[in-house]
Design a protein around this ligand. Structure first.
Ligand SMILES: Cc1cc2nc3c(=O)[nH]c(=O)nc-3n(C[C@H](O)[C@H](O)[C@H](O)COP(=O)(O)OP(=O)(O)OC[C@H]3O[C@@H](n4cnc5c(N)ncnc54)[C@H](O)[C@@H]3O)c2cc1C
Length: 351
């Protein structure tokens, strides 16, 4: 049996920020992650001489001050998302698309230089050997007199304090506890929306940015679909090019090849055959990710129960804490919420 003072379940932004905050304390910390990769809903793909593309979290805004504070502490730079002054807009299937002028007073959004995974790689660099276990989905948490026992696929841990960073809905569906969690908490967890859990993202890398032309734009808004939104995804240096967008979430059940064909058909309407000159296609259907998403039994609204007061108290005599982006009362669901929840949990553990 392995021992820890604090055991963190999940190596996403919340879990790794919390481990980073705990680095200079006496607490022996371990992080147990289900996937064989880090980052959770932060997932940057590509690289190796081609542009990196975000399949998960991408943007931060001026309100995301706690995330910005963390990025500054880690010396990670941000840069402005290029929108251009025009967008391709397709109002309905009854008429053609148009090039419209974007309002000049829009609030800017920002991307992380080098890709969002840069934050994750930097945070994990503060962990020592033996602190991180990948490929170990936690299956059970048992309360005992000395603390908590955490049972994962192949391992068993004894910990004084346990922090879950799973989206609450996923925690309710995938980790058994002994004794059971309070009924009110379980019921709220089951109806807590997991931000972007239903989304499908795609990206194409290109040798040239053909959309940066006077008569075109990389920004697309379409009421016709299947792509409702798309943006330029050129890197900070301006030498690697990509387009990245969202596909209507209802296309989760068709094959990847069918999705790609549908997307290219839509983009050909705007850009002609240039869209076929892509170097790589990437996509991620988040609803098919068992370590992020579980379907709801009843309709749940975006952000429903995010930051609910039930998440502000620990359970099991103060030994089990529910953290993660969806538990934060401020910026819930977003990277800023994940960082805030790590800071709040840190204070609770130190208190
Ligand atoms: C497509 C998409 C786009 C997004 N865009 C943005 C954006 O532009 N801006 C923004 O601010 N936010 C965005 N978000 C949200 C952002 O990604 C999240 O707020 C943030 O990454 C959440 O971090 P977290 O650590 O709280 O949760 P997660 O990243 O979900 O981390 C939970 C971790 O727990 C692990 N885990 C699950 N089950 C188990 C288990 N049984 N045992 C052990 N480990 C387990 C998971 O694998 C994961 O690593 C987006 C999300 C998605 C999916």
């Amino acid at each position: 049996m392995k021992q820890a003072y604090v055991l963190i379940i999940g190596a996403g932004l919340t879990g790794l920020t919390l481990a980073y905050l705990l680095r200079n304390t006496d607490s022996e910390v371990v992080v147990v992650e289900a996937r064989n990769r880090l980052g959770g809903r932060i997932h940057t793909v590509g690289g190796d001489g081609q542009n990196t593309i975000e399949m998960g979290a991408t943007w931060l805004g001026p309100a995301h001050t706690k995330l910005k504070e963390l990025l500054d502490a880690l010396n990670i730079e941000i840069f402005e998302q290029k929108l251009g002054d025009k967008a391709i807009y397709e109002p309905s299937s009854m008429g053609p698309h148009q090039l419209v002028t974007l309002p000049s007073d829009q609030e800017s959004s920002y991307r992380i230089r080098g890709g969002t995974m840069k934050v994750i790689h930097t945070l994990v660099s503060y962990l020592s050997d033996g602190q991180l276990y990948l490929n170990e989905p936690v299956q059970k948490i048992k309360k005992s007199d000395e603390g908590l026992r955490v049972i994962s696929r192949n391992l068993e841990f004894k910990a004084k304090q346990v922090v879950s960073t799973l989206p609450p809905k996923l925690l309710a569906e995938s980790i058994q506890t002994e004794p059971s969690l309070p009924d009110e908490l379980t019921s709220i967890m089951q109806q807590t929306h997991t931000w972007m859990g239903e989304s499908i993202k795609f990206g194409f890398s290109y040798p040239t940015p053909f959309w940066l032309d006077e008569s075109l734009s990389g920004t697309v808004f379409s009421n016709v679909g299947p792509v409702p939104e798309m943006y330029d995804h050129t890197n900070f240096e301006g030498d690697q090019f990509a387009l990245k967008g969202f596909l209507n979430g209802s296309y989760f059940s068709v094959s990847g090849e069918e999705r790609k064909t549908m997307i290219l058909n839509q983009l050909r309407k705007y850009y002609g055959s240039q869209v076929d000159s892509y170097m790589k296609y990437y996509e991620l259907v988040w609803a098919n990710e068992p370590f992020t998403y579980r379907p709801y039994d009843q309709h749940v609204l975006p952000h429903q129960n995010n930051g609910h007061k039930v998440y502000q108290n620990s359970v099991f005599d103060g030994k089990f804490h529910l953290a993660g982006a969806e538990t934060s009362p401020v910026s819930p669901g977003y990277m800023d919420g994940a960082v805030r929840s790590a800071f709040m949990t840190f204070e609770r553990l130190m208190g």
